[in-house]
Design a protein around this ligand. Sequence first.
Ligand SMILES: Nc1nc2c(ncn2[C@@H]2O[C@H](COP(=O)(O)OP(=O)(O)OP(=O)(O)O)[C@@H](O)[C@H]2O)c(=O)[nH]1
Ligand SMILES: [Mg+2]
Length: 292
Amino acid sequence: MIYSTVLINAASRRKIASSEYWADPIPRAKINKYLREFNSLIEKSERLKYKPVVLEEFKFFSRECGTGIVIFVTDLHESDDDIINKINRAAQSLRSILGKEKTGYIKKHYDEIMSQYIYSPLVIAFVGESGVGKTSLLHLLIGKQAPEEHIPTISLNMETLEELRFGSYQLLVIEFAGDDQYERMRDFTVIDMFFLITDSSLKNIISAKNMYSQIVKDCPDIPITVIANKQDLANALDPSAISKVMGIEARSMVAVDLAFRNKLLGNLTEVLCNHFDLEVPEIPSEELLSFI
Ligand SMILES: Nc1nc2c(ncn2[C@@H]2O[C@H](COP(=O)(O)OP(=O)(O)OP(=O)(O)O)[C@@H](O)[C@H]2O)c(=O)[nH]1
Ligand SMILES: [Mg+2]
């Protein structure tokens, strides 16, 4: 996750603009500490100026861009190559803007300029048998009432949720459909996270458990969240029983009831924070997931 970026004046070291992608802004003192470390490193060797510097739980990257220096602050998990690619492109663009525009223009448009270089997709796959409520859940996520009748999803349903961002990630949700979904999923190598949906019936839980074992076997490092949907139905097994059968916590849900949207967003926030080793911030999930 990229937490923030800062553009400073190369000569005065004063901040020109900054952009934040996470709930807690990086304190200025940490940036100053990095700049001191950076100076002492480049005194040792000029080549070190292209290397990230780790300070506590943050990684810092910086690039000269004409009269400015742009700094990216990330968590320790981000790949150096990805961030180096992003900061190089951002620095190139900032160099040309700093050469042409006044500081006021840059301050005003900084977020917009940087947004082209910051976001990475985070792919969430909704899987589960036909009719368990995957499309309904997708609708609930975007705050739309689910269709009452079951219109089976043909092939693949892919939604980039423009308004749903988590830190520097743009959430992309895909729904795999039909009986051959597992075959399709195998070809899909870019999944970052699975939501396995069951309709909470005994019959379906058994097939969901098979699917769960298959995913764990094929993608052992990818987090899986089990959703026990259709909890409003009289024959629904309760989530604690489902958790026992599945061997993993199942979260109760009613995808056709908009009142459950906050719960779904809360579940998503919790799973994403776990994935990125972050504490769940004390702000509403809806705000966090659209935090820009
Ligand atoms: N009672 C109840 N019905 C639900 C719930 N979630 C979904 N449904 C209904 O179940 C049916 C199937 O829902 P979909 O969301 O289309 O299921 P799907 O998993 O996308 O199905 P495929 O695309 O065929 O794989 C629809 O009629 C929904 O209205 C729920 O929580 N409670
Ligand atoms: Mg569907």
